[in-house]
Write a protein that binds this ligand. Structure first.
Ligand SMILES: [Zn+2]
Length: 392
């Protein structure tokens, strides 16, 4: 999935002081706010982000760089003020997929992007809405029977759904003929009939509001950490795809029966989808770890139409009888050993997710898969047979 982050905002104005830095770099719980936004995107399966920048863009580019946890980051630099609409239009030129998320770099709204992605519809824009008891500071977005009817001006003391500032846009939708325009006023409010509302009760914070910025210091890290989770550890060859033997070419990759649909179901049930695969072909000099990485992103691309994305891939490149010296070892990760499962648990921990292995599952087509799961203490280990992905 791809996302554009609107990061052109000026410095943060807080009661007495104005920060001499772009808003997205405002220090929040120990790091620039933009890193919380990137963390959020990363956890939601976004693999490519384009930052639309203008004010002090050199500073943003040098502090964020070109990748974050393996997520690629590009920049769209505004040379003159284009408004939010113009900035989105420009940034879209750096996108590749049919549908792209757009969000504000000074806001965290914990919407489940994978769920939101499922609303993607040709010629439409999905808009994430948040219900608020007190929508004082923002206008209310009225909906009726799943359709946006109109945008109301700010009215004190009103409750209702506000625009949460996350959109999923079909790139073919003509936003405006103009170069400079406001996405909110010139597009959204004028095109209610093109909007699909997506209401979420996810955590919401906007650091542009001084009280929210102070609140963010304590709340944002909590929002992004301390989650409990369960994982689905999936073997690759023979489980997700038909095993053709030392597979690494995209053209040889064929899903086993029902794999995409059933992996999507697992994700819907709350499992973090984790591939753990023995890839002794690396030790045997048949392909490289880079080839595996390329195939992994290809697999995720193939899964996208099913509204699912693999959260993490792990592989063991080793084999005791290899030919490539550095991989020719008797390691702890080659199944039936459980090293990859423990590595995955550590990885999720680094994202603030505590995996409960007893609530987790493992699916594999070999006895060695099942053994690895049992060694690690995975609650349920299930055998895949006859190139059919089992139903859980
Ligand atoms: Zn290994």
């Amino acid at each position: 999935m791809e996302a554009i982050i609107l990061a052109g905002g000026l410095g943060l104005r807080l009661r007495e002081k104005v920060y001499e830095a772009p808003k997205v770099l405002a220090e929040t719980a120990g790091k620039p706010f933009i890193f919380h936004v990137l963390e959020y995107l990363y956890r939601n399966g976004v693999t490519h982000a384009v930052l639309a920048v203008s004010y002090m863009h050199e500073k943003i580019i040098s502090s964020v760089g070109n990748s974050f946890h393996g997520m690629t980051i590009d920049y769209s630099v505004e040379k003159e003020p284009l408004g939010t609409g113009g900035a989105i239009k420009e940034a879209m030129k750096k996108c590749n997929e049919d549908f792209v998320f757009v969000l504000n770099g000074d806001t965290v709204f914990d919407v489940d992007l994978r769920e939101m992605y499922k609303t993607a519809k040709k010629d439409f824009v999905t808009i994430a809405l948040k219900y608020m008891d007190n929508a004082d500071r923002r206008g209310i977005v009225e909906t009726e029977n799943g359709v946006v009817t109109y945008f109301k001006e700010k009215e004190p003391g009103k409750s209702g759904t506000i625009n949460g500032g996350i959109y999923l846009i079909d790139r073919q939708v003509p936003l405006s003929k103009k170069k400079k325009f406001s996405f909110e006023y010139d597009f959204l409010e004028m095109n209610c009939n093109r909007l699909i509302p997506f209401v979420s009760d996810g955590y919401f914070i906007d650091i542009g509001i001084p009280e929210d910025y102070e609140r963010a210091q304590n709340e944002v890290p909590v929002m992004l950490t301390g989650r409990k989770g369960k994982a689905a550890f999936l073997d690759r060859d023979g489980t997700i795809n038909i095993n053709t033997g030392h597979l690494f070419r995209q053209e040889d990759f064929i899903f086993t029966q029902n794999a995409p649909e059933r992996i999507a179901e697992l994700q819907k049930k709350g499992y973090y989808i984790t591939v753990i695969s023995n890839q002794a072909g690396v030790a045997k000099g048949m392909y490289t770890e880079n080839d595996i990485a390329k195939l992994n992103s290809f697999i995720n691309k193939k899964l996208l139409p099913y509204g699912v994305i693999i959260d993490a891939f792990f592989h063991c490149p080793h084999h005791p009888d290899g030919v490539v010296k550095e991989y020719t070892v008797d390691c702890d990760c080659r199944k039936p050993k459980a090293g990859m499962i423990f590595k995955a648990v550590e990885y999720y921990k680094s994202l603030g997710i505590e995996i409960d292995l007893s609530q987790s599952i493992l699916i594999g087509d070999k006895d060695t898969d099942i053994q690895a799961g049992e060694t690690a203490g995975v609650g349920r280990c299930i055998k895949a047979e006859n190139n059919i992905f089992p139903e859980i």
